[in-house]
Write a protein that binds this ligand. Structure first.
Ligand code: 89Y
Length: 350
């Protein structure tokens, strides 16, 4: 089958790993690369063997014949690039967080719907090897019906080193890694009925909150605590960027702990299994589990682009995750429980 032709917009920290993940998947070829600073596009294009280089995204879209565009730029630019590409390419994939506000996400979804372009979000945490293993255990019913869980992403790792723009975000930990972890919460435990959130800013040299605690109540009635922290606190077990999960069900419990250990406990005892991610040469070893998750995430999206399967992370689906992110900010601001009403019509965007 012919490889799909795509253009990548952006050459920041994540671009190299996203392009490497596409090479790993196969079936899609990056034929053009855009960055507003041409020299940066030239450098990455050389490294990744990409022919065409642009510092004008509109020109790229005018000249190149593409099956899709992969937007790997900072969140503040997503709406501009999504609306620019809508109607000019059959499909768009955009990094998380899709948007800086719900209104912005709605405008993007609407523009793509109007112009007949499918919009997907590259949301990769749910594709991490140990998270998929945990999901399989929950789906098999091994621990019965879950009534309480906690999900933790707390680290002293210097996330600003590789991604300096994170320092400037007025909405930081919830919008950045919180988008991932709240998506994992939906993926593992289902849709949310209401939430309450507390935030703190511990770093004094950044613009946004670096600590957040969110208590979700799911539609199934489970309580899920999501703990996020990039306060820089030294930790005995520093495992960035691993996400830890513990879930209690009416027949047992399951834990995803450090070093990818999944432990399932029922009346028959505890069964432990280590489920590490695959190690790719091109991945930054400090980000292994996340970089590796780009491969199955892209494979899933590619299947949808080829009409061979369903994408998990359509923009419409990801909008439900964004509702949680912005409801968490609203709750932190108001000090109240924020309801997440079921949306009356789930319109199709893809
Ligand atoms: O930007 C974030 C992401 O997507 O995964 C981890 C990260 O790099 C820092 O929170």
């Amino acid at each position: 089958m012919k490889a799909l032709r795509f253009a990548a917009l952006g050459t920041g920290f994540w671009a190299r790993f996203q392009l490497s993940a596409w090479k790993e998947v196969g079936g899609a070829e990056c034929v053009a690369l855009y960055n507003r600073t041409r020299s940066k596009a030239e450098a990455l294009a050389r490294e990744m063997d990409i022919e065409a280089i642009y510092d004008d995204a509109e020109e790229l879209l005018r000249r190149e014949k593409l099956d899709f565009v992969d937007i790997i730029t900072d969140p503040g630019t997503h709406e501009r690039f999504v609306t620019l590409a809508a109607g000019r390419v059959p499909s768009i994939i955009c990094q998380k967080p899709l948007a800086e506000s719900l209104a912005s996400a709605e405008r993007m979804i609407e523009a793509c719907r109007r112009d007949g372009t499918a919009l997907y979000v590259h949301e990769n945490f749910r594709w991490q090897t140990p998270i998929r293993a945990l999901k399989a255990i929950l789906d098999e019913g091994r621990i019965g019906s879950v009534f309480r869980a906690r999900i933790e992403m707390v680290s002293g790792f210097d996330v600003f080193g590789n991604q300096p723009f994170l320092r400037t975000l007025e909405q930081f930990v919830l919008a950045d890694v919180g988008t991932h972890v709240l998506d994992v919460a939906r993926f593992l435990f289902g849709e949310v009925e209401s939430l309450v959130c507390h935030t703190r800013q511990i770093h004094t040299d950044i613009a946004g909150e670096d600590v957040a605690t969110v208590l979700l109540r799911t539609r199934e009635g489970a309580s899920v605590v999501v703990t996020l922290g990039y306060a820089g606190t030294p930790l005995e077990r520093e495992r960035f960027p691993e996400t830890f999960v513990f879930a209690e069900g009416d027949r047992g419990s399951v834990e995803l702990g450090p070093d990818y250990w999944v432990r399932t406990t029922t009346s028959e005892g505890t069964h432990s299994r280590r489920v590490p991610p695959p190690r790719y040469e091109w991945a930054d070893a400090r980000y292994d589990v996340v970089h590796a998750s780009g491969v199955p995430c892209n494979a899933n999206l590619l299947g949808a682009l080829r009409g061979e399967g369903e994408a998990e992370t359509t923009a419409e689906d990801n909008y439900e995750t964004l509702r949680l992110v912005f409801a968490a900010y609203e709750s932190a601001e108001s000090g109240t429980v924020v309801p997440i009403p079921e949306r009356a019509v789930k319109e199709e965007t893809t």
